[in-house]
Write a protein that binds this ligand. Structure first.
Ligand code: NAD
Length: 543
C-alpha cells in the first residue's frame, strides 16, 4: 500500500502471566517443558535462508542437570561466516527498498506469534537452556521480547515522522537510510529478549544482519530464528551463525562492509572489538556504528531513613533472582550501621530460606548458574572472601556442581570497601555489603561513585527527600538506570529504557528511539519548486 499515511498500533506492555497453581498457562508450560526433555533439538546455521549442518556439532545441556543434553548445534565455520556476509549484502537491496511499514508489520506479527502460539515453546527453551524459573522466563523470553518488537515499531514511526521545517517555495525532508553494509549482532546468554532484539532492531531500520548468539543461549536463540522465519523475515536479512570460533569474528570485523556492531556482553569483549575496528578504520566504506551494552557492578545504597523491610526485599530480589546473572543485578550494597543491626538477621533468615534447584520444579526461586566456568569463578570469589581478613560470609557460600551448577545465594560483608568484591563483576548470586557509620552518608556516596569502573544500574533507599536528591546528584554518572526505593533490576521496555555509560557501554538504551537511530544514516533532501535563473543577487544592482 502506497497511498496512505498509516499509524503503527499503539504499543502496550505484554501482561505478565502468573503461572499460579491451577492456571492454564502453568499447564501449557509444564507440557512444553516435558516435551523438550524428551527430545534433542538439532540446530543448524542459517545463511541466506539455507539451513547449513556443518557437522561441527556441540552439545547444549541444562545448567541445572548438566548431564542432560537438550540440543546439538552445528557450529559455524570461517567459510560460513563469509557466506553470511555475502548473503546479508545480497538481501540488502530488496530489504532496504521495502517500505518501513512492511518491515514493522513483520516484527509486529512476530510479537503476536510469541504472545500466542510460541510463548511456552520459547519459555521452555529459556528455562531448560538458561536455567530460568517460570517467572524469570516469562518476563524475559515472552514479555520483554514482545515489548521490544511492539515498541520498536512505534519508535521507528516516531523517528521517521521527525521532519525539518520548510521555508516558502521549498520542501525539506529527512530520510533515515539504513547503514551502508551489514550489521554484526553478538548476543549474550542471559536474556532471550536481548538475543531477539539485537538482530531485529537494526533489521527494522532496513539493515541486514549477521547474528552470532551466545553458545549457552543457542536453544532459545534458535527458537527466535524459527519464529522470525514464520513471521516473514525474508532469507538473508538475518543470518544465524552460532558457535563461530571467537577468533574468527575478525573475519566480520575486518570486512570493508561492516557498518555496525550491535553487542551485549562483557566489557572485555566489546573493548577488544572496538580496538579491532579502530585498527581497521582505513579499510571501511563507512564508519561502523558501535553499540555495546556491557558489564555492571550495580549498587544499592541505603540512607539511615530507609524502610528496612523494603530495603531487605530489594536486596534479595535484586541480587539473587536469576542467580545474580542479570547485568543489572545488585552485587554491592552500602548499609548504614543503624539499619544493618535491624536487617542482618532478617536477611540471613530470608536468604537461607530460598529454594534452589531444577527450574521445572516451580517451587524453586533459583536455578543453576550458566556453565562450569561461571561456577568456578563464583566458587573462587566465595573462597577468596572466606580467606580475606575483614570479610565475612553472613549466609550462603556453598556450591555444588554434581547435578547442576548450583551456587547458594551468598551475602558477604567487607570492612574494606575497596576489595575486589565491590569492584569486579562476578555475574553470580553474590552480594557484598559494606556497613558504614550513619554520619558518613556523603562520603559513602562518593565511595559508591568511584569504587567500580561500571555505571549500569543503582538504587537509593531513603524516606528523606533531601537525601534522595543528594544521591541523585552525586551519583549522576554512576548509573544509566537509577532507582529510588526499588531494586535496580527489572527494567521494562517503553518505561525504563535500559543502558549505562562508563565501562557499562555506549548507553544507547535498548528498546528506545535512541537505539534505533544508531542504525540509520540520515539523508537531507531539499527541493526548490521554482529554481532561480539568474546568478546575480538584487544587491548587485547598485554601487
Ligand atoms: P560474553 O561477552 O561472554 O558474550 C557475548 C557475546 O560475545 C556472545 O555472542 C559471544 O559468543 C561473543 N564472544 C564472547 N567472547 C568473544 C571473543 N573473545 N571474541 C568474539 N566474540 C566473543 O558475555 P555473556 O557471558 O554471554 O553475557 C554476560 C555479560 O553480558 C555480562 O558482563 C553482563 O553484564 C553483560 N550484559 C550486559 C547487559 C547490558 O544491557 N548492559 C545486558 C545483558 C548482559
Amino acid at each position: 500500500m502506497h497511498d496512505a499515511i498509516v499509524s503503527v498500533p499503539e504499543p502496550i506492555n505484554e501482561p505478565v502471566l502468573t503461572y499460579a497453581v491451577g492456571t492454564a498457562e502453568r499447564a501449557r508450560l509444564k507440557e512444553a517443558l516435558a516435551s523438550l526433555e524428551n527430545e534433542v533439538v538439532e540446530i543448524p546455521c542459517v545463511v541466506g535462508g539455507e539451513r547449513v549442518f556443518t557437522g561441527k556439532v556441540r552439545e547444549v545441556v541444562m545448567p541445572h542437570r548438566h548431564k542432560h543434553v537438550i540440543a546439538r548445534f552445528h557450529a559455524a565455520t570461517d567459510e560460513l561466516a563469509e557466506r553470511a556476509i555475502k548473503a546479508s549484502l545480497a538481501a540488502r537491496r530488496e530489504w532496504t527498498a521495502m517500505r518501513w511499514e512492511a518491515r514493522a508489520a513483520i516484527l509486529l506479527r512476530a510479537a503476536e506469534l510469541l504472545a500466542g502460539p510460541w510463548r511456552q515453546r520459547m519459555n521452555a527453551a529459556t528455562m531448560h537452556g538458561q536455567s530460568k524459573t517460570a517467572h524469570q522466563a516469562e518476563i524475559d523470553a515472552a514479555c520483554e521480547l514482545i515489548d521490544f518488537w511492539r515498541f520498536n515499531a512505534s519508535f521507528a514511526q516516531e523517528l521517521y515522522r521527525q521532519q525539518p521545517k520548510s521555508a516558502p517555495g521549498i520542501w525539506n525532508m529527512t530520510e533515515l537510510r539504513p547503514l551502508e553494509g551489514f550489521v554484526f549482532a553478538l548476543t549474550p546468554f542471559n536474556f532471550t529478549a536481548i538475543a531477539g532484539n539485537l538482530p531485529t532492531a537494526p533489521a527494522l531500520m532496513g539493515n541486514t544482519v549477521v547474528w552470532k548468539p551466545a553458545e549457552a543461549q543457542v536453544l532459545a536463540a534458535w527458537r527466535i530464528y524459527e519464529l522470525l522465519e514464520e513471521a516473514g523475515v525474508p532469507p538473508g536479512v538475518i543470518n544465524f551463525i552460532p558457535g563461530l570460533p571467537h577468533g574468527s569474528t575478525n573475519l566480520l570485523l575486518d570486512h570493508p562492509a561492516l557498518a555496525g556492531i550491535h553487542f551485549t556482553g562483557s566489557t572485555e569483549v566489546f573493548r577488544m572489538m572496538w580496538k579491532r575496528v579502530a585498527e581497521n578504520l582505513d579499510r571501511y566504506k563507512t564508519y561502523p556504528r558501535l553499540i555495546g551494552e556491557t558489564g555492571g557492578k550495580d549498587f544499592i545504597v541505603a540512607h539511615p531513613s530507609a524502610d528496612p523491610k523494603a530495603l531487605a526485599t530489594a536486596m534479595v530480589r535484586g541480587a539473587f533472582e536469576y542467580q545474580g546473572q542479570k547485568c543489572s543485578a545488585a552485587s554491592r550494597a552500602y548499609i548504614p550501621r543503624s539499619l544493618w543491626d535491624t536487617i542482618k538477621a532478617e536477611l540471613a533468615d530470608t536468604i537461607s530460606s530460598i529454594k534452589m534447584g531444577d527450574v521445572s520444579d516451580f517451587s524453586n526461586f533459583m536455578g543453576a548458574v550458566i556453565k562450569q566456568g561461571a561456577f568456578d569463578k563464583h566458587t573462587q570469589a566465595i573462597a577468596e572472601a572466606r580467606d580475606t581478613s575483614g570479610m565475612k560470609i553472613i549466609v550462603g557460600g556453598g556450591t555444588d556442581g554434581r547435578e547442576g551448577w548450583f551456587v547458594q545465594p551468598t551475602l558477604i560483608t567487607t570492612e574494606d570497601p575497596n576489595v575486589r568484591h565491590m569492584k569486579d563483576e562476578f555475574f553470580g548470586p553474590i552480594l557484598t555489603c559494606h556497613v558504614y557509620p550513619d554520619r558518613a552518608w556523603t562520603e559513602t556516596l562518593e565511595l559508591v561513585d568511584r569504587t567500580s569502573p561500571y555505571a549500569l544500574t543503582g538504587a537509593v533507599f531513603s524516606r528523606d527527600r533531601a537525601a534522595i536528591m543528594d544521591a541523585m546528584t552525586r551519583l549522576r554518572d554512576a548509573a544509566g538506570n537509577f532507582y529510588i526505593n526499588d531494586k535496580p533490576t527489572g527494567a521494562v521496555v517503553g518505561q525504563q529504557p535500559f543502558g549505562g555509560a562508563r565501562a557499562s557501554g555506549t548507553d544507547d538504551k535498548a528498546g528506545s528511539p535512541q537505539n534505533l537511530l544508531r542504525f540509520t544514516a540520515a539523508r537531507t533532501i531539499k527541493e526548490t519548486f521554482v529554481a532561480p535563473t539568474d546568478y546575480r543577487y538584487s544587491f548587485l544592482d547598485g554601487p
